[in-house]
Design a protein around this ligand. Structure first.
Ligand code: GDP
Length: 369
């Protein structure tokens, strides 16, 4: 063990056998295994348990700075369902002169009626608004394999023989994508990189050799502390993470009506006459309509039971909802609750107040759909 540096094939960290609570621990008996993974990945894989380990923001920054210093192709993955929440705002400062391909993953979640060409156009527009000029934009479903082959070909074309860095926020499906790409490039059929519903699964730079001597690097998922995922437990995360095509839910609202998204977010329609609103959230998340004047009391009395997640046992620790006001000036405007979904205001002239747990982002944008 002293001379040889071993890495976990699940998350890429350096393996150590001394300290059980530190990152990269594996029992000495595991070292002889053909596929060596750290204890954290082992537990995640076999028991679906997550172990807390520490990797600081500084470590992430070091890795990102390294990308700017090298001549490489950057593949940036975002979750198309949580575009704003999974964006990584500072990335364009880190990539230096390198070309970026922007990839929207989880396209299978959006209604089939939405045309990919429209989504790609929207992504290009939104990227430029956010300061990034990608060389090209792709839509994929890593889970279903949709668009992966085309993207693999594009990566091979655009990298011009250079290394490739795959970057993304946690939970965008980066590991799922990398596993598919490995299959595409190498024909290996077993998943080698750990994937899970828990944010923050991939911990270190994973070097995946390409056959011409260059590498594809899977960088750690960057934790975005403003994601709704950090405010729910495992059961809650399952409820808010859509697994199937989202069925839009349309509400005709009068002024003074409120929608609760479980107990995690709230949408108050303040003024603007009777209007229609379309909600895009996980099909499993309950949307509860009530009168604005009764909304506070309803929350006080029923958060954790009628309004969930959070669940009863979590209510005490759950942060209070904070509000933000929006004036909708154009038809087809989305109010986005980061990591939860969005509400499309179909007509202009509505005054809205959005409530989320303190720390979760709410933004307004031109409608995605
Ligand atoms: P990472 O943290 O970015 O490496 O993300 P993972 O690959 O671990 O995936 C996070 C979650 O998103 C898991 O629950 C995956 O099953 C899910 N996921 C990944 N790709 C897709 C996809 O294309 N469509 C859908 N619906 N879910 C996906």
């Amino acid at each position: 063990m002293e001379n040889q540096v071993l890495h976990c094939q699940g998350c890429g960290v350096k393996i150590q056998t001394e300290n059980k609570t530190e990152i990269g621990y594996a029992p000495p008996s595991a070292l002889d295994r053909e596929v060596l993974i750290c204890q954290r990945c082992f537990r995640l894989k076999h028991y679906n348990e997550i172990q807390d380990v520490s990797l600081t923001d500084d470590d992430f920054l070091k890795i990102l700075n390294g990308i700017g210093d090298s001549d490489a192709l950057v593949v940036k993955i975002v979750d198309i369902f949580d575009f704003n929440g999974s964006w990584l705002p500072g990335l364009h400062r880190f990539v230096g002169k390198n070309k970026v391909l922007l990839v929207g993953n989880k396209v299978d979640l959006l209604p089939k009626s939405v045309k990919n060409s429209k989504l790609i156009h929207w992504m290009k527009y939104s990227a430029s608004q956010l300061g990034l000029k990608p060389k090209d934009v792709y839509l994929i479903s890593a889970a279903k394999g949709e668009g992966v082959q085309e993207l693999a070909a594009a990566i091979d074309f655009h990298r011009e023989g250079k290394n490739v860095y795959v970057v993304g926020c946690t939970n965008v499906g980066k590991s799922t994508f990398i596993n598919k790409i490995i299959k595409e490039f190498s024909g290996v059929t077993d998943d080698v990189i750990t994937t899970s519903q828990f944010p923050g699964t991939t911990l270190d730079l994973i070097d995946i050799p390409l056959d011409d001597g260059t590498s594809l690097f899977d960088t750690p998922g960057i934790i975005n502390h403003h994601q709704m995922a950090h405010f729910v437990n495992e059961k809650g995360l399952k409820m808010i993470s859509p697994r199937k095509e989202i069925k839009p839910r349309v509400f005709q609202l009068n002024e003074g009506q409120t929608l609760y998204f479980g107990g995690l977010a709230r949408f108050d329609y303040i003024s603007g006459g009777r209007k229609s609103f379309t909600c895009y959230v996980s099909n499993e998340l309950n949307i509860h309509r009530t009168k604005l004047e009764k909304a506070d009391k309803l929350y006080e009395d029923h958060v954790g039971e009628l309004l969930f997640p959070p669940f009863e046992e979590e209510v005490k620790e759950f942060p209070p909802l904070v509000k933000q006001e929006f004036m909708i000036r154009e038809a087809k405007t989305d109010i986005v609750f980061h990591g939860l979904g969005w509400v499309t205001c179909n007509e202009p002239g509505a005054k809205i107040v959005a409530h989320v747990p303190k720390g979760v982002g709410v933004t307004i944008r031109q409608s995605l759909i």
